[in-house]
Design a protein around this ligand. Structure first.
Ligand SMILES: [Zn+2]
Length: 236
């Protein structure tokens, strides 16, 4: 198991950790600030820093082979740290913060477009949600305006944990048909944006939706019978 520090504090940019295992160019640590690919949010990039100052580039972060483990995927040709070694951790904060702003923006947008979500993806420069909806009901200006009006409320986000049983009793919380919330650990993490959104999510979000600033709709596209895609970027 890797202790997931980003779950309680998404704003940690650096920390230290101990190397638990190294195999196939992947490093497992006892704890991490690197978010592993999941829920449409890409894995973090950054550096592991050895005591002698050597900076080892992390090209990607994935879930590990064992449940709860995180694999830090090293860039090709990097030197490998030793199990038991202490290392510094540093994430590419500009990239992660853009992902956090766009990720949280998708939560807000999902409350403006009222339809089942059939897919989604986040990149540092743009993000998208796919909806099961008649495409004639999707208007770029109205989506941007409605989303930006909610963002302007400037409310703080909250992390809420509920049990699997509580989630089962409230199926309306699960908007996303393509990504089922992680179960099995007995409890599920929710992102709450008071009076706007509440849904299961394990990703990283901004502390206050005002940090998103605003969004613009890049395009709306038909990606199939049940996939009408709305792609957005940060306004500024
Ligand atoms: Zn989320």
């Amino acid at each position: 198991m890797t202790e997931l520090l980003f779950r309680d504090d998404a704003y940690l940019k650096t920390t230290t950790a101990r190397v638990v295992a190294v195999r196939d160019g992947k490093v497992e640590l006892d704890r991490t600030i690197f978010y592993p690919l999941g829920g449409g949010q890409p894995g973090d990039t950054g550096f592991l820093i050895r005591d002698n100052g050597t900076r080892i580039a992390v090209a990607d972060t994935r879930k590990g082979e064992t449940p709860g483990a995180v694999a830090h995927v090293l860039a090709a040709g990097e030197s490998l740290p030793e199990p038991g070694e202490s290392v510094g951790l540093e994430i590419d904060w500009d990239r992660r913060y853009a992902l956090m702003r766009l990720h949280t923006a998708l939560h807000v947008m999902s409350c403006v477009v009222i339809a089942p979500v059939t897919g989604g993806n986040i990149a540092p420069d743009k993000a998208r949600l796919d909806f099961d909806i008649d495409i004639t009901l999707l208007d770029a200006d109205r989506i941007a305006q409605g989303t930006n009006e909610l963002i302007a409320r400037g409310v703080a986000t909250e992390t809420v944990w509920i049990t699997d049983e509580e989630l089962d009793a409230r199926p309306e919380l699960v908007k996303t048909m393509s990504v089922q919330p992680p179960r099995g650990a007995g409890r599920v993490r929710l992102l709450k944006i008071p009076d706007i959104d509440l849904q299961p999510c394990g990703g990283t979000h901004v502390a206050n939706i005002a940090e998103i600033g605003g969004i613009r709709v890049l395009r709306i596209r038909n990606e199939g019978k049940r996939n009408k895609r709305v792609e957005i970027a940060l306004a500024g």
